[in-house]
Design a protein. Structure first.
Lengths: 290, 275
């Protein structure tokens, strides 16, 4: 099609310039900030080179938060994918109302996080609530349990809530992959005498694996960045038990007023994520080439 | 195709499990919001409300700033959606059809926007907005929301464009239509469902955004719903009735939007993802 590059640039330039101004430029500034000593927004800071990096990399809180972030990402990935895969397998079947189910399952993802927070704070509440009374009634526990009261139960509860919010979204992505598998393959497998399990193991699974691995990478990036659910439910507590890297960055910048240190942590987090994304994408591409 | 009885039973059990997992929390919140306070904190939770009252909603709309937050959020989300579409449509078309130097590089860089933690740009953006006088103003949130929705919007619209048979576009070209005319009269009507999907996506992400709204907005009268509502959570001696009513109202706009064009959104999301 005959067309000048100038016209093409007129089409993309607004979006590109906009992204450069709102995301690109601040990213560069974050890098600059991490090499200065700025405490409060707007105040000038002296150039300190890599001093911030040396201090952060030696700080136990940083490594603790990084460790919790890894726990957070891995546990979410496992729980989310397990729930999403089984939901997708159910939604791929034909039953009355399947279209409605496919549309509305995603409701957990379209409501504001703050609503998710209110819902689960209420359900897990120790005064009233739903889950504690049900557990007490069924005789599993004697008195209400404070789900957010100890570091590990708080983390586990948060992981459950975040996975609850995200699994329908992932399920729909997996469903898209499932629906692309040609029906004849199942028919052929059936004629060869394959049962339900072997049809899943030898037809569904190999064809679905590429979709699942792409989703694993995207899911990791998305769940690493989760901040609001954690902040609104536990604020990183108790005793720092749910203080993942995004929470640490927010606290350092806006509670501790150490902007440069916060920028340093965020640059380090970005580097970790980029390295992960590059390695993961390479591995995926190699897997596809094989 | 007929299924063995055991299989159907297992399917039903799974369906019931997921319906309960997703549906019950919403059911308890919606019904809780119309229960009397003493029933809300009753030792034995009730599935179907035994009492009915609108007092929590009355309190929400008369004694708190909730209506202000609601309006602010609607403004931010609607305007963000409009600008996201205005920027994303031509860009998606250019990335899909037009040739220009650096096309692949630009496209990949845009997608990279997902790989870094958004909190990184929060600190410098605050400084930047402070300099140009945008702090504590709703346009600041609109700029941020558009920036975060834009990469996904371009990506999704591009895959919708890719789904249009090439012959349609070629036929229009043969008829002597200009590029702009093709985009306006042929491509855009054809990807209307895609545009609706991207619009929903942009609306939802702006409607739910919390972090930037909590830092960039300082005065109570300009808070959006997620931030204002989270303030209500802490500010009162936990008043569950009020919170459940607030949560119910915050669900309504997205559910209404979704009821109108939700089916297209889901198929758009899933089709966009696999191309």
């Amino acid at each position: 099609m005959p067309q000048s590059p100038a016209l093409a640039f007129a089409f993309v330039a607004p979006a590109l310039l906009f992204l450069a101004a709102i995301l690109g430029w601040p990213l560069v500034q974050a890098l600059a900030l991490s090499m200065q000593d700025v405490r409060v927004i707007g105040s000038p800071g002296a150039f300190v080179g890599t001093a911030n990096y040396e201090r952060i990399l030696a700080a136990p809180e940083f490594w603790r938060a990084a460790g919790l972030s890894v726990v957070w990402v891995v546990a979410n990935a496992v729980l989310q994918t397990a729930l999403a895969l089984s939901a997708a397998l159910v939604l791929a079947e034909k039953f009355p109302g399947v279209r409605v189910a496919r549309t509305w399952i995603i409701i957990t993802w379209i409501v504001p996080t703050v609503v998710v927070v209110v819902i689960w704070r209420w359900l897990f509440s120790t005064s009233g609530g739903i889950i504690n009374p049900l557990l007490v009634q069924s005789g599993l526990i004697e008195r209400p349990v404070g789900f957010f009261a100890t570091p590990w139960t708080a983390m586990a509860t948060l992981i459950f809530i975040n996975s609850w919010r995200w699994f329908p979204f992932i399920a729909l992505m997996i469903l898209a992959g499932l629906l692309r598998i040609p029906g004849d393959l199942y028919e052929a497998a059936r004629i060869d005498g394959a049962g339900t399990w072997s049809r899943f193991r030898y037809v569904t699974w190999p064809l679905l694996a590429p979709t699942l691995s792409v989703l694993a990478v995207i899911g990791t990036l998305l769940s690493f960045n989760v901040f609001d659910v954690i902040w609104l439910l536990t604020a990183g507590g108790p005793a720092g038990g749910s203080r993942t890297l995004p929470v640490l960055i927010y606290e350092t910048a806006f509670k501790g007023y150490r902007l440069s240190e916060a920028a340093t942590i965020s640059v380090l987090a970005t580097v970790f994520l980029m390295v992960f994304a590059v390695i993961a994408t390479r591995t995926l591409e190699k897997g596809e080439a094989r | 195709m007929s299924r063995p009885v055991g299989w159907t039973a297992a399917l039903l059990a799974c369906l019931a499990f997921f319906a309960a997992l997703v549906g019950l929390p919403f059911w308890w919140v919606l019904t809780g919001s119309v229960k009397l306070p003493q029933e809300i904190i009753a030792r034995v939770p009730t599935m179907i409300p035994h009492s009915f009252t609108l007092q929590h909603y009355q309190k929400l709309f008369s004694a708190s700033d909730y209506p202000v937050y609601l309006v602010n959020s609607l403004i931010v989300a609607a305007v963000s959606t409009m600008f996201t579409l205005l920027l994303a449509l031509p860009a998606a078309y250019a990335f899909f059809r037009l040739r220009f130097p650096g096309r692949a590089l630009f496209y990949r860089t845009i997608l990279l926007a997902y790989a870094f933690p958004s909190i990184v740009v929060l600190i410098p953006l605050f400084g930047l907005f402070a300099k140009v006088g945008l702090v504590d103003r709703l346009p600041a949130l609109i700029l941020v929301n558009v920036a975060f929705a834009l990469p996904f919007a371009i990506w999704m619209l591009r895959s919708f464009l890719a789904g249009i048979p090439k012959e349609i576009e070629e036929a229009a070209l043969m008829d002597g239509a200009s590029l702009l005319a093709i985009l306006r009269h042929v491509m855009i009507p054809l990807i209307a469902p895609g545009i609706a999907s991207v619009g929903i996506y942009a609306f939802i992400s702006a409607w739910t955004e919390y972090v930037f709204a909590s830092v960039l907005i300082l005065s109570d009268a300009k808070r959006t719903l997620p931030v204002g509502f989270s303030g209500i959570i802490g500010q009162y001696q936990i008043d569950w009735g009020l919170l459940l009513a607030g949560a119910s109202v915050a669900i309504i706009p997205v559910v209404a939007l979704f009821a109108l064009i939700g089916r297209g959104f889901v198929s758009g999301l899933t089709e966009g993802a696999v191309k």
